[in-house]
Design a binder for this molecule. Structure first.
Ligand code: IYR
Length: 253
C-alpha cells in the first residue's frame, strides 16, 4: 500500500484530488441520497439471435461513412429529437450527464456558424496546422471552405459541461466529462447512421469560444464536436478507405 502509484493510476489520482472529502458528513451527494434501487429489466436473447444481431449490427455500422457533401433536403425534427434522446442514454461519471446538444436549423444562424468556422479554418490550414498535418489531410481532400455548414438541414453542436452548477449556484464536479461526452458522441453518430442519415465528425479548431458566444451557451460548456446532419448530396463521394481487420485491432490473451 505504501508503494508509489503506477503511472497508469495517475489520471485517476488527479481526479481524486479535485474531489471533495467524502468523510465530511456535511457533504451532500449530487443525486438524491435515498435514490431507489429497482429490479433490472432484462431478458436474454437466444444465443443464435445474439449471433445474428451482432453480425447484422456490424454490417450496418460498417456502412457508416463521414460525408462531406450534403443535400438540402429537409429531415423531420422528430428524427433529430430521437437521435439526441439516444445520445442522452450514454453512461456518464456519477450520472452527471455532462452534455448539451445545440441543434441549429435556422439558415441565418447556420450562415453565422459558417462564417466563424471558415474564418478560423482558413488560418488553421494556412498557418496553425503546419505542413505535415495539411499533407496528412490531402488524400481526404478537405479544405477551409465548409459549404456543408449552410447546406445540411441541421447542425448539431456537442458541448461538454466541464463542471455543473447546482440549484444553489455551487459548482458540481463532472467526473470524466471528456470520456462521458466522447461515449455519447459515439452513440450520437450511431443513432444518426441508424436513422439513415449522414454526418461529418468535425472538430473546428479555435472556433469553440466564438460559437459558444454566438449560441448563447454558458462558460462551463466547451464545444467538442460540430456535426452537420442530413441526407448526402446525390453526387456525394467518399475516399475509398480500408478499415483495419480484427486481427490488427484486437489482442487476445
Ligand atoms: N478541422 C479542419 C481540419 C481537419 C482535421 C482533421 I484531424 C480531419 O480528419 C479533417 C479535417 C477541417 O474540418 O477541415
Amino acid at each position: 500500500e505504501s508503494l508509489p502509484p503506477e503511472p497508469d493510476l495517475l489520471d485517476e489520482l488527479d481526479e481524486l484530488e479535485s474531489m471533495e472529502d467524502d468523510s465530511n458528513p456535511d457533504v451532500v451527494p449530487a443525486l438524491p441520497a435515498d435514490i431507489k434501487h429497482i429490479p433490472f429489466q432484462f431478458s436474454r436473447f437466444p444465443i443464435e439471435d445474439s449471433q445474428k444481431r451482432s453480425q447484422e449490427f456490424y454490417d450496418l455500422m460498417n456502412k457508416r461513412r463521414t460525408v462531406r457533401f450534403f443535400s438540402p433536403d429537409p429531415v423531420p425534427k422528430e428524427i433529430i429529437y430521437n437521435i439526441i434522446r439516444t445520445a442522452g442514454t450514454a453512461p456518464s461519471g456519477a450520472h452527471t450527464e455532462p452534455w448539451t446538444y445545440v441543434v441549429i436549423s435556422d439558415p441565418d444562424i447556420k450562415a453565422k456558424v459558417r462564417e466563424i468556422v471558415e474564418q478560423e479554418e482558413k488560418i488553421n490550414y494556412d498557418r496553425r496546422m503546419g505542413p505535415q498535418w495539411v499533407a496528412d489531410l490531402k488524400p481526404i481532400k478537405t479544405d477551409w471552405v465548409k459549404e456543408y455548414l449552410t447546406t445540411a438541414p441541421y447542425l448539431i453542436l456537442v458541448f461538454k459541461q466541464v463542471y455543473g452548477i447546482s440549484e444553489n449556484g455551487e459548482r458540481r464536479t463532472h467526473y470524466y466529462n471528456e470520456m462521458s461526452v466522447a461515449i455519447a458522441a459515439g452513440i450520437l453518430l450511431t443513432a444518426i447512421h441508424n436513422a439513415g442519415l449522414v454526418s461529418l465528425t468535425s472538430t473546428p479548431l479555435n472556433c469553440g469560444p466564438g460559437l459558444r458566444v454566438l449560441l448563447g451557451r454558458p462558460k462551463n460548456e466547451k464545444l467538442t464536436l460540430l456535426l452537420p446532419v442530413g441526407y448526402p448530396a446525390e453526387d456525394a463521394t467518399v475516399p475509398d478507405l480500408p478499415r483495419k481487420p480484427l486481427e490488427e485491432i484486437m489482442v487476445e490473451i
